[in-house]
Design a protein around this ligand. Structure first.
Ligand SMILES: [Cu+2]
Length: 150
């Protein structure tokens, strides 16, 4: 009696774990690389991208080496016309914007974006860059998501 019910409980727990694993896919992590600019020379970080079963993506940026207390903006960009093998140099249009954020006293920041998967699918989500909010032409770091156009 005891044994049988333990087995049934065990099987129920296993199947629950299985369905959770299917719903919560593991994130894919991309590394930010520094652009050839003088701004924030030690800026670095990662972008962790996860898809859920409802067609939504969740992207978490974890950044350090930013200017303490400075305001930043970040975007997903589509593959642009200037390169087909280096998304960060392709000068593509913004597809989705992250919420505005400010680096903390240590120069770190974490920002999260939930977006419909279709908005960042394929060339639509070729790279993520981080700009100064005060001057978007300053882009200290960029993370390549899709390396080849098309
Ligand atoms: Cu941008």
């Amino acid at each position: 009696m005891m044994k049988a019910s333990n087995v049934i409980l065990g099987m129920a727990a296993m199947s629950m774990l299985g369905s959770c694993a299917m719903m919560m896919a593991k994130p894919t992590t991309y590394t930010f690389k520094h652009n050839a600019v003088a701004a924030d020379p030690s800026a670095m970080g990662t972008a962790a991208v996860m898809a859920d079963s409802a067609g939504m993506s969740k992207t978490t940026l974890t950044l350090s080496g930013l200017t303490p207390g400075k305001a930043y903006i970040a975007h997903y960009h589509a593959f642009g016309p200037d390169s087909s093998t280096n998304p960060c140099a392709s000068n593509g249009p913004v597809t989705v914007g992250f919420p505005n954020f400010t680096a903390d006293a240590a120069g770190s920041a974490t920002v999260m974006l939930s977006a419909d998967m279709t908005k960042i699918a394929g060339d639509m989500g070729a790279y993520i860059n981080v700009h100064y909010a005060s001057d978007p032409s300053v882009v200290p770091v960029c993370a390549a998501i899709k390396m080849t156009k098309g």
